[in-house]
Write a protein that binds this ligand. Structure first.
Ligand code: 2IO
Length: 413
């Protein structure tokens, strides 16, 4: 099988420092890259990624049994197939669209307002650590109907769960830590689930508890897994997407100015951020049979990682793919948060992200609140930009300076 170079590895520090530098070489020279240490295959061409994510017979989600189920404490949505998948997916989609979403948008607004308030008069805020991360947790707690006072504990457990799903190789000690987090989270959720079964409210946990599948209510194990699934999926990529959006807009002042003048351009800016730097870089599948690609063969049973970042920069799919351009004609903004999206940041096919509308609402609402308040926004002096993560990837921090907002003001108009 062709290689990028004899010493190249997706697991190397070089790759982790800047994966984008390697994507063209991967697509060109090793579009089906084998990683011996983890015996997994990495596909990087848009065409191949799309094929893996839409040919559900040939590429299954069975690998999630080992990659997710141990910390989800049960099966997640993406693992399911057939009628069970259709029914449970519908339940989850319903709780992230329409009336439920409008309700969630109020929670997004009030959490955002509360979290940004102390930083506005100071004229300085780390968009990742001061704002994005706590926001993602607070909003998710509200969606699930969990107590804000449990935020710190839930955030710590979430970290362990996310580490498990997103690690390429865990030491036994880290693995134990992650499983401990998941077990504690499960123990914390169980009495909540039982209470919601007795007294259901408007929240997502209540909806999962009362929903029926084939006339049968979901078990505690099923509900737990879906809650942890939602917790991870709503928390892990949120701060990254927000910070990446601001990073790119600050790097492209003329595009920032356009978005400021015309906030209707925000969906395009978010969609282009998701294409250019998808916060979820890898999506795993399992080959059912030997699968032949132009660049090599994946043997039956092997794990295949779809490289979303590389596919989204494929010149066969996007013109001038390495340019951040919110006006690009091939972005298809109107479709960017639907099943017909051009970019693959939400995946594609049957298991495409169920939270696309929620993700868009969250980032758009918060960015629209921040932009008018962060006047003359710029990176803080001496800040050196750095990203981490192979599976989910985003800025480590994004300290921003801006014109301090006088006390009492919430918006300029
Ligand atoms: C939880 C990376 C958090 C999902 C996952 C095992 C299933 C699925 C995803 C996203 C984001 C996670 N996979 N959400 O990539 O639910």
């Amino acid at each position: 099988m062709p290689v990028v170079s004899p010493e190249f590895s997706v697991l190397s520090e070089d790759f982790a420092a800047d994966p984008y530098r390697w994507f063209a070489r991967l697509r060109g020279r090793a579009p089906v890259h084998h990683e011996p240490v983890i015996d997994s295959y990495f596909v990087s061409r848009y065409e191949d990624v799309e094929r893996v994510l839409t040919d559900h017979e040939a590429f299954t989600t069975e690998t999630l049994q080992v990659r997710a189920e141990p910390v989800m404490r049960g099966p997640v949505l993406a693992q399911m197939t057939g009628a069970e998948h259709t029914a449970k997916r519908k339940i989850v989609v319903r709780s992230f669209t329409g009336r439920a979403l409008r309700h969630q948008m109020r929670a997004i607004r009030s959490n955002a307002a509360e979290l940004m308030a102390p930083f506005l008069p100071r004229g300085r805020m780390d968009l990742v650590n001061d704002f994005g991360k706590p926001l993602a947790i607070h909003v998710t707690l509200d969606v699930l109907g969990l107590d804000k006072r449990d935020g710190q504990r839930v955030a710590a457990w979430h970290s362990g769960v996310a580490e498990f799903i997103t690690s390429m190789a865990l030491t036994p000690a880290r693995r134990r830590h992650c499983l401990d987090c998941a077990e504690q989270l499960e123990a914390y959720l169980l009495p909540v689930i039982e209470q919601r079964r007795r007294h259901p409210g408007e929240d997502l946990i209540s909806q999962l508890c009362t929903a029926e599948f084939d006339g049968i209510a979901m078990s505690n194990r099923d509900v737990t897994a879906l809650i942890i699934n939602v917790l991870a999926a709503a928390t892990e990529p949120a701060d990254k997407t927000l910070a990446l959006l601001f990073k790119h807009l600050i790097d492209h002042p003329e595009q920032l100015a356009r978005v400021r003048r015309d906030p209707e351009l925000l969906p395009a800016a978010i969609a282009e951020t998701l294409r250019y730097t998808p916060p979820v870089q890898l999506i795993p599948r399992q080959a059912q049979e030997d699968a032949v690609f132009a660049g090599g063969t994946v043997p039956a049973g092997a794990t295949v990682f779809c490289m979303i970042g590389a596919a989204n920069r494929d010149p066969d799919a996007f013109t001038a793919p390495d340019t951040f351009d919110i006006h690009r004609p091939d972005l298809g903004t109107a479709r960017s948060f639907t099943a017909a999206a051009q970019h693959l940041a939400f995946g594609t096919g049957l298991h495409q992200c169920v939270g696309t509308a929620f993700a868009r609402a969250e980032i758009e609402t918060v960015a629209a609140m921040l932009l008018p308040l962060l006047d003359e926004v710029r990176f803080s002096p001496d800040f050196r930009y750095r990203e981490t993560g192979l599976y989910t990837r985003g800025p480590v921090a994004l300290p921003l300076d801006f014109t301090p907002v006088r006390a009492g003001a919430t918006a300029r108009d």
